[in-house]
Design a protein around this ligand. Structure first.
Ligand code: PAF
Length: 281
């Protein structure tokens, strides 16, 4: 596997691959790779001749600077994992390489980027669109792979792909979970053992709410999930929303959509660490 740090070198290698008729898969990441990322990379390796994995901790999508500062950085271990998964290129540019000038572009895809994470992390999806659009134009992939853990992010990126006319397929990949149900996330490594022990309540409550929802309204189910999780000392729900899986607009009645998704963000512990998850009803 080649580790490439400049856009020029990346484009040079890929134009050679394209001239040979090879297909290209892109897996955008911010590093601190885990088994969830590995599943995306393996899928891309199976479906494309060349897989590029970008490792770039994108500053423009962090509205909270302390979140950016403590985000884990594990480049050496990341490259070892990518090698094992069969990726051909790890693209690990510097911030100056990606943003030689401040990016002043503004992306707006309401309601996908204004609700939930969009409301609680102002500017977050604008930063995601800035970096992902740059990666798409450097790599020009046939397919781009994103984890469904960031459910809302996929909806925003799909809108951006349609808006900017990128000729690529967005491939959503299922959430990978720990044995106790906690969704895998780079942020999980920041949890203390005590925090790690309570974090699985998030998914177990979401799972239990499926049964509850059969005999209760949307509003009652929102309240049930919020109260059950807030009852666990150390966990605090930031929001729980039950939405249409395509538009991400809130629903009021179960019959309002045939693709109902519950999306949650929970603060865990003292620091606190922000954990997100979702469930299909
Ligand atoms: O999902 C992530 O890790 C990031 O938001 C992404 C897509 C790599 C953009 O920085």
């Amino acid at each position: 596997m080649k580790v490439v740090t400049t856009i020029k070198e990346l484009k040079r290698i890929l134009s050679q691959d394209r001239a040979e008729g090879k297909t290209v898969g892109l897996v955008p990441t911010m590093g601190a790779l885990h088994a969830g990322h590995a599943s995306l990379v393996r899928r891309s390796v199976n479906e494309n001749d060349v897989t590029v994995v970008s490792i770039f901790l994108n500053p423009t999508q962090f509205n909270d600077k302390s979140d950016l500062e403590r985000y884990p950085r594990t480049l050496e271990a990341d490259c070892a994992l990518l090698n094992e998964c069969g990726a051909q290129i790890a693209f690990a540019p510097s911030v100056e390489e990606v943003y030689p000038e401040p990016d002043t572009r503004h992306f707006s895809y309401p309601p996908t980027d204004t609700v939930m994470e969009g409301a609680f992390r102002p500017g977050h999806f604008n930063g995601v669109c800035q970096v992902v659009s740059k990666l798409f134009s450097y790599v020009e992939p046939d397919r781009a792979y994103f984890g469904e853990k960031d459910f809302q992010q996929i909806a925003v990126i799909r809108r951006m792909v349609d808006d900017l006319g990128f000729q690529l397929q967005v491939v959503p990949c299922p959430v990978v979970r720990e044995a106790d149900g906690l969704a895998m996330s780079s942020r999980n490594t920041l949890l203390t053992p005590e925090e790690r022990a309570i974090a699985p309540h998030i998914y177990s409550t979401l799972t239990a709410s499926r049964q509850y929802a059969r005999t209760h309204t949307v509003e009652q189910t929102l309240q049930y999930v919020t109260e059950q999780i807030n009852a666990v000392p150390g966990l605090r729900v930031e929001y729980y929303s039950i939405v249409d899986g395509r538009t991400l607009a809130d629903i009021n009645d179960w019959a309002d959509s045939d693709d109902v998704v519950g999306c949650i963000t929970v603060y865990c512990g003292q620091k606190p660490i922000r954990l997100i998850d979702h469930i299909h009803y």
